[in-house]
Structure formats: C-alpha cells, structure tokens
Design a protein around this ligand. Structure first.
Ligand SMILES: *Cc1c(COP(=O)(O)O)cnc(C)c1O
Length: 397
C-alpha cells in the first residue's frame, strides 16, 4: 500500500528531538524556561467562557457552514473600527487561521503552482503547501535588515508563469517584523502588475509596539485580490477555541471557498458563541496586552544584544525575536543549553530557526525566541540565555 508523495513531502516537526533533551533536563531536576513556543500566557477574556456556559440549547447542532451570523457581524464591526471595510458577506468563519490558510492554497493553486513567501516564515505554511503540491518560492530577508523586504526587483525576479500568490504574516511570525506603508504599497504594486493574489496573514494585527500598522484590508487598489487571514488565537489568547476567519471582497473566490466550508460542514458552535463575545471585548484589553508584550520585548531584547556578535534589530511586532548568533549551529547551542548548562538549576530553551527557512543552509546560526512568559520569569530567562551564550562562546576559544 502506498502513502502519497505529497504527504511524505510534509516536514515532520523539527522540535521533537529537542523536546527529548528538555524532558531529560527536567528529569534531572532542571527548570527549563520555554522560549521556543508561541502559546501566550495572557488570560482569555472571561466573557468567552460565560457565553458558552450560559448557552441553553438542548441539541448541539451544526452551525451554518459560513459561520454564525452573529460572529460574522461581530468581526465586520471589529474590522470597521480599524477602517477595514468588509461586509458580513465578505467574511467566512474557519477552524482557526490554519484552516483558512489551507483552504486558500487549495482554492488558488493547481498542483505545481507556486507562491512567494518572505523567509524566514511560519513553518506550517510549508505543511499546507506541500500537502497540496504547491511550491514555496522564498524571498530571503535578513537579520541585518530587521527582516524587512528586499528591493522590488529581487521579489519580481522570483515570479514565473506558475506563481499565483504572495503570502506573508504581518506582524511576522517568526521575525516580529512589521512592514512599513511603503512595503505594503510595494507588495500591492507587484500583485497588481503580475496578477497575483495577496494572502495577508494578520493574526497579530494588534501586536505592534512602535510606529504605524498598515493592514492590506485598507488598500483599496487591490481589494479584489486581497485575502485577510485572521484568528482569535493570539488576539484574545484563545488558541484552543479554533476560531479563525477569511475575509475577501472577491465574490468568486468566496463562493469557491464556501464549497470547502460546506464539505467540512461547520466550525464548533459553542466556540463561535464564545468568539462573538471576544470580538466585543473592550479595546482596553488589547491595549493592556500590547503594553505588557512591549515591556517583555524590551526585557528580552536588551539582554540579548549585550552579547557581542549577536545580530538582531529590535522587532516591532508579534511576540517573537529572531537573532543571528555567533555560533556555527544554533541546534547544537540549544542542545548544550539543555544538557550542559544551568544557573542555579535553571536553563532556557530557544527554538533553532532553520525550520523557518525554505532555502537550504539558511538559519543554521539563528534562533527564534517567543516572549510569552511573565516579566519576572522572562527577566530570569533572558539573563540565563545571555550568560549561557557567553559561556558557550568561551568554550570555542
Ligand atoms: C498562530 C498562527 C496562525 C494560526 O493560528 P490558528 O490558531 O490556527 O488560528 C497563523 N499564522 C501565524 C503566523 C500564526 O502564528
């Protein structure tokens, strides 16, 4: 019996081996601060749980395939507050941003087509693309430039007759980059000139700490080719709800996606009922969360750049930092942190960044750090990381 070559081409999670190292460390009584995962620790608004527990239905029915009306309305109102002009009909509810991304690839690409993605990128993009036979053409961005986009020519030269779309996360996971107004304009121009779709993964929209944010949803000239991927996971710290959405003004695209929504029947009814309340959450919640993350970023960043040779521009969004280290192998460094290093019985676990690149050989000397711990723990973890790196570099002398 055969397994498809499509599914075999999907990369297995690269973190598994490292997790055995951290399990080993914990068994020996070490405390491990996890900076390797993107699960936020912020409290989910209570209104989510209250809405679910006060639900009085006797039968838990399928919800509409396109999503609950109330939820689509709530998201429409949310967008309108950000000057993003969507109607209820332009919004579909999906099982997380993940399903939204998956459906986009299925709907926009034939097998053998390709999409442009700035690298390093969210590694699940790989899994979605590979499993439907779509090739990723990476646009390499650099730590030295804070992972901002290269010149237009460099992007355009990657486009061929099989290129269908440009996809990116903005604010960026794993880099924390927030694209400038000019970069958004450049992407829009390229898409228009080369007839490409734009898949804008904006699940970190509120996580912007310095400067302005430009959503692709507010660029009128490309509104017929823009698809906004969204989610409550990071915004309201509700990763387990599995509620995401797609928004687009392109009616033909939406009609095709709806067929997939109908085939998978629906998104969980109760979580949608809870999500309606999330989208009504007072803006002060998001402002408080934003302030908290900004402080955390500063704690981690300021400690990290004390080590000579570390290359890292201060990221301005999401809750991640990618840093280039003066080491040969970030993977070896992380293993060493877990196995051979501690301060008073405590160590840290960063994530090696190689898995975020499509180009062979890139990212080997880089790590991604998620600042999802409270400030006190993060301050300790940052100090351990800095001293660990210094000690590791001494070994090589
Ligand atoms: C977390 C994340 C998603 C998807 O999250 P869901 O929980 O499926 O909504 C999508 N894109 C990026 C960049 C993410 O970090």
């Amino acid at each position: 019996m055969n397994i498809s070559s499509r599914i075999k081409s999907v990369p297995a999670s690269t973190i598994m081996e490292l997790l055995t190292y951290s399990a080993e460390a914990k068994k020996k009584g070490k405390k491990v601060y996890h900076l390797n995962i993107g699960q936020p620790d912020i409290i989910t608004p209570k209104s989510f749980f209250e809405a679910i527990s006060s639900n009085k239905e006797d039968v838990l029915e399928y919800a509409l395939s396109e999503g609950l009306d109330e939820l689509r309305e709530a998201i429409k109102r949310y967008y309108n507050e950000y000057n993003i002009d969507f109607e209820k009909e332009d919004i579909l509810i999906l099982n997380g941003g993940s399903e939204a991304l998956f459906f986009c690839m299925i709907a926009l690409c034939n097998e053998g087509d390709n999409i442009l993605i700035p690298e390093p990128f969210y590694s699940n993009y790989n899994s979605f693309a590979n499993s439907v036979g779509v090739e990723i053409k990476p646009i390499t961005t650099l730590a030295e430039n804070g992972f901002h986009l290269p010149k237009k020519e460099e992007i355009v030269e990657k486009i061929d007759s099989k290129t269908r779309a440009i996809l990116f996360s903005n604010p960026g996971n794993p880099t924390g980059v927030v694209y400038s107004k000019e970069e958004i304009k450049m992407i829009s121009d390229i898409a228009k000139e080369h007839d490409l779709w734009i898949i804008a993964d904006e699940v970190y929209r509120e996580f912007v700490y310095d400067g302005e944010y430009t959503s692709l949803g507010s660029v009128k000239e490309v509104e017929d080719r823009v698809i906004i991927v969204d989610s409550v996971s990071k915004r309201y710290s509700a990763c387990g709800a599995r509620i995401g959405s797609l928004a687009s003004k392109n009616k033909e695209f939406m009609a095709q996606i709806l067929k997939l929504c109908q085939a998978r029947l629906s998104v969980p009814t109760l979580e949608q009922i809870g999500a309606v309340e999330l989208y009504k959450t007072d803006k002060s919640y998001l402002q408080d969360v934003n302030k908290e993350y900004k402080e955390r970023r500063d704690v981690l960043y300021n400690e990290l750049v004390k080590v000579p040779g570390v290359i890292c521009k201060k990221p301005t969004g999401a809750f991640y930092i990618v840093a280039k280290l003066p080491v040969k192998s970030a993977d070896d460094f992380v293993k060493w942190l877990l196995k051979d290093f501690d301060i008073d019985g405590e160590t840290v676990m960063p994530c090696p960044a190689e898995g975020f690149y499509a180009t062979e050989g890139l990212g080997k000397d880089e790590i991604r750090l998620a600042y999802i711990l409270n400030k006190e723990d993060l301050a300790k973890a940052s100090k351990i990381l800095k001293e660990g790196l210094e000690a590791y570099l001494e070994l090589d002398k």
